[in-house]
Write a protein that binds this ligand. Structure first.
Ligand code: PGA
Length: 242
């Protein structure tokens, strides 16, 4: 499974580094084999450690240049960052990134061979229109995106569930994930108000191959508890098989 924490604009450099060190220690002590990714704010980027991959929350589609306020590939290369989040709902809806710009970033970082965690998700008014409208909305977010790229990880995050404490029902998550899986075989994460309290039941769902967590992961102990849940679910599944 893949467990990813998105700090957004939370935690400063010192706190993010303390967090990552505690996380690395936890993963080492518990022999964690699942993939753990952290997206700290740009000021706290650093090299990945043995268990904890560090990714960028955003990056401009260029090696370097006159793009005030943006990080480009050169700044990621300094820390050997090879993972980037693209299409997050806050970039789409708060910052105003268009699908065209998102597709440009995707194409650029695909060409550079980066791992891309690509976020999709519908606003509430679309969800209320029903499943057909929802899938149509997601379809538009695939525009210009190579769904078969080997470095792709998809994160389905309903916009109305992000940072609100609301989540779709487990059946709804399963249903949407099954439909997304018909379009791509790449790993599929769920995101949107995942917390230490509900991670286990979400991770146990079919077609959920990990989680992307924002506020629920800001305390490293909570994120570690989700990682422990993922590990114990593997053990359970192994037992079922044997
Ligand atoms: P949340 O954010 O866990 O705070 O809802 C998830 C995300 O934006 O990736």
């Amino acid at each position: 499974m893949i467990l990813a924490a998105n700090f957004k604009s939370n935690l400063n450099r010192a706190k993010a580094h303390t967090y990552i060190e505690a996380l690395e220690a936890f993963c080492t002590q518990n022999a964690i084999e699942d993939r753990v990714i952290v997206f700290p704010p740009a000021s706290a980027l650093r090299e990945s450690s043995l268990h904890v991959k560090v990714g960028a929350q955003n990056a401009f589609a260029a090696r370097s240049g006159a793009f005030t306020g943006e990080l480009a590939q050169d700044q990621l290369d300094e820390f050997a960052i090879r993972t980037v989040l693209i299409g997050h709902s806050e970039r789409r809806h708060v910052i105003g990134e268009t699908q065209e710009l998102i597709a440009e970033k995707f194409a650029y970082y695909q060409k550079q061979g980066f791992e891309i965690v690509y976020c999709i998700g519908e606003p509430l008014e679309v969800r209320e229109e029903g499943n057909e409208a929802l899938l149509e909305y997601l379809e538009a977010q695939y525009e210009g995106v190579d769904l078969h790229y080997s470095g792709l990880v998809i994160a389905y995050e309903p916009v109305w569930a992000i940072g609100t404490g609301l989540t779709p029902t487990l059946q709804e998550i399963e249903l949407i994930h099954a439909s997304i899986k018909e379009r791509t075989s790449r790993p599929l994460l769920y995101g949107g108000s995942v917390k230490a309290e509900n991670a286990r039941e979400i991770l146990a769902l079919e077609h959920v191959e990990g989680v992307l967590v924002g506020s629920g992961a800001l305390d490293v102990r909570d994120f570690c508890s989700m990682i422990a849940d993922a590990k114990s679910l593997h053990v359970q599944k192994e037992k079922h098989r044997s």
